[in-house]
Design a protein around this ligand. Structure first.
Ligand code: ATP
Ligand code: MG
Length: 260
């Protein structure tokens, strides 16, 4: 049975999509069967992993999947181990669909949809949008684990507390089994002291919840969003290494829980 992990925080542009995409890519490379779910109407995960225009997927996205509660016809294969459930702009109408037409539980739509294929994957990774609306509620309700992204920047640190409160709300209301997988520091600029002090503060406040692996800013990572993720030359391996070590920590945490 697959383990479902969402990557979120209500702050924009902190590396959620990049981390979801690279993690999906690397887990697939490690031999796991992976489904990457784009649950943000910006469609950035779709673009990054498929290297296609997101409008190629119009009418064949996660929106149709949740409406039919069946993702199977809408899953796009990237390689033998990696599948994507794509998104484009129209995913933004999800709340309207939920409250006007849908008769079931408003928070459980994505979970019930992904349940159909959960047994087919080792990991299902969900990329969440930068807000605390219905997409995020659905994404967290569908998740076994939530990874929270922390860009080491003051505004983002304030957002972290609120996101964690929100997560507790989901645990209390719609997904009691949701586990906080950890807090991942992204886009750290090693030269800026403010960045490092926020990381130190997070470690003091949240201790072991903060992953030891830290994602630093690297221009090669930015290139991956345009050219697609590659693992050919040394610069690729160097850029991917922190994500690899984050995944090793994450897998360890998941395995520890499974043994308990
Ligand atoms: N480690 C990194 N080093 C350099 N650039 C990065 C890194 N991670 C992400 N970026 C770049 O930062 C920008 C924002 O990243 P990304 O889209 O992953 O953030 P996001 O949190 O998903 O944004 P949104 O909230 O809009 O969904 C992108 O241009 C991406 O290429
Ligand atoms: Mg994003």
């Amino acid at each position: 049975m697959g383990v479902t992990i969402s990557f979120g925080i209500q702050k924009g542009g902190v590396g959620k999509t990049t981390t979801t995409a690279i993690s999906s890519y690397l887990l697939a490379e490690m031999g796991y069967r992976v489904l990457a779910v784009d649950f943000d109407s910006q469609g950035n995960l779709t673009g990054m992993l498929t290297q296609q225009n997101i409008y190629d997927f119009t009418e064949r996205t996660v929106l149709q999947a949740v409406k039919e509660k069946n993702p199977v016809p809408y899953i796009h294969s990237v390689n033998d181990n990696l599948d994507v459930l794509p998104a484009e702009d129209f995913l933004s109408i999800l709340p309207r669909y939920i409250y006007r037409e849908y008769k079931g539980h408003p928070a459980a739509l994505l979970r019930e949809t992904l349940d159909v294929v959960k047994a087919d994957y080792d990991f299902i990774l969900i990329d969440l949008p930068p807000n605390l609306g219905d997409h995020t509620v659905n994404g967290l309700t569908a998740s076994d684990y939530a990874v929270v992204m922390l860009q080491s920047e003051p505004f983002c640190y304030d957002a972290l507390d609120r996101y964690l409160e929100f997560l507790t709300g989901v645990q209390n209301n719609t997904n009691p089994d949701l586990i906080l997988g950890g807090i991942l520091t992204t886009m750290l600029d090693a030269r800026a002291t403010i960045d490092s002090s926020i990381l130190d503060q997070a470690k003091e406040d949240f201790e072991d919840l903060v992953f030891a692996s830290v994602i630093r800013r690297k221009s090669r990572i930015k290139e991956f969003s345009i050219e697609g993720i590659q693992n050919r030359i040394k610069a690729d391996r160097v850029a991917l290494a922190p994500y690899q070590s984050f995944l090793e920590e994450l897998i360890e945490r998941v395995k520890e829980r499974q043994v308990q």
